[in-house]
Ligand binder design. Structure first.
Ligand SMILES: [Zn+2]
Ligand SMILES: [Zn+2]
Length: 352
């Protein structure tokens, strides 16, 4: 094995990433070294690439970026029992401490001492990544590489849909970026009676329709809330899945949920959001859920089952598979809104 590998790094507090030869990570007795084959590009990576206020506050360069990936086990630590060299795997990128109250009561995804790969420690835009055995997910052989590479964001969509509970329910999704788009087939597979998709980008709405949304709406339509109410007996939808993080979308979303309905919030606002709590939540008797990450590992079992069933087809969402070396192009496509999900290919000479 070579001593060094290529990694995509944030070296200084400024925009862009730099490809750099770095040592292959060492592994401890409970760790697994994974040869990364495909890696998903995420909005989080885009924040780090452009070096926005969130990134400046959170990221401590130098750091290898990337958290969505799949690959093959290259080496296992002496104490590893559940995995062996050659296994096809993905991994949960939130590394929890495993010992706190939350971790010990089935809530490791919101562990206060969680470390996220590609954010708090070296990530997956590299030829190899070291992961604790506990975080590694062995893939069912029926799952294509491209889908496996984006189990992390798909898991976000699955977690949101399952937490909200959509069976037989009418569902509105505000914001159909890649996770909002994934939530459409997931909600359908989970038994939603109708799915309405809302976004500012008409191209994303077209994709939403292809993925099974019953109807799509432009977010800036002044009659949006009335239109949704007309389609739901005048009551409003049973469930809101908020995937945009936009203050105005959150407000519109809460207005379009029926009294007694449920709202699951996944989109992350970049600033404080002002909401009329009395009108939007309290008088309506809404149940509001904050969603973070994926339940370890309930969400992973659900995600794999849904993909394996063939009822969650991600092909329309993966708009680009690019060679690793073309990472700058990936971030340019993301910036221009011309891509839903981009997957980087690192197989063979970095898949040039
Ligand atoms: Zn991501
Ligand atoms: Zn913990």
């Amino acid at each position: 094995m070579n001593e060094t590998m290529l990694a995509l790094r944030k070296l200084r507090p400024e925009s862009g990433f730099v490809p750099q030869e770095v040592p292959i990570p060492q592994i401890g007795p409970n760790d697994v070294l994974i040869r990364v084959e495909k890696a998903g590009v995420c909005g989080t990576d885009q924040h780090i690439y452009t070096w926005d206020a969130w990134a400046q506050h959170r990221i401590k360069p130098p750091l290898t970026i990337g958290h969505e990936f799949m690959g093959t086990v290259a080496k296992v630590g002496a104490a590893v029992r559940s995995l062996r060299e050659g296994d096809r795997v993905s991994a949960e990128g939130h590394i929890a401490d495993g010992t706190c109250f939350l971790c010990r009561t089935g809530e490791a995804h919101i562990c206060e001492r969680v470390e996220i790969i590609g954010v708090d420690r070296d990530g997956s835009f590299a030829e190899y990544i070291a992961m604790p055995e506990y975080n590694v997910w062995k893939l069912d052989p029926s799952i294509p590489d491209e889908f496996a590479a984006i189990f992390d964001p798909l898991g976000n969509a699955v977690h949101t849909v399952m937490a909200a509970g959509v069976s037989t329910k009418s569902v509105a999704i505000t914001g159909v970026g890649s996770i909002g788009l994934m939530a459409i087939p997931v909600a359908r597979a989970a038994g939603a009676s109708s799915v309405f998709a809302i976004d500012i980008n008409p191209a994303k709405l077209e994709l939403a329709a292809r993925l099974g949304a019953d109807e799509t709406f432009l977010a800036n339509d002044p009659n949006l809330v009335d239109a949704i109410k007309r389609r739901t007996n005048g009551d409003g939808v049973d469930v809101l899945l908020e995937m945009s993080g936009s203050g105005s979308a959150i407000d519109a979303g809460l207005r379009m949920v029926r009294n007694g309905g449920r709202a699951a919030l996944l989109g992350i606002p970049s600033n404080d959001v002002q909401i009329n709590l009395a009108e939007r939540i309290i008088f309506k008797g809404l149940t509001v859920l904050g969603i973070n990450g994926r339940k370890m590992f309930e969400t992973w079992y659900q995600t794999q089952a849904l993909v394996k069933s063939g009822r969650v087809d991600l092909r329309p969402i993966i708009t680009h598979v690019l060679p690793f070396k073309e990472f700058d192009r990936a971030f340019d496509l993301m910036k221009r809104g011309d891509a839903a999900k981009i997957v980087l290919d690192l197989k063979g000479d970095l898949a040039k």
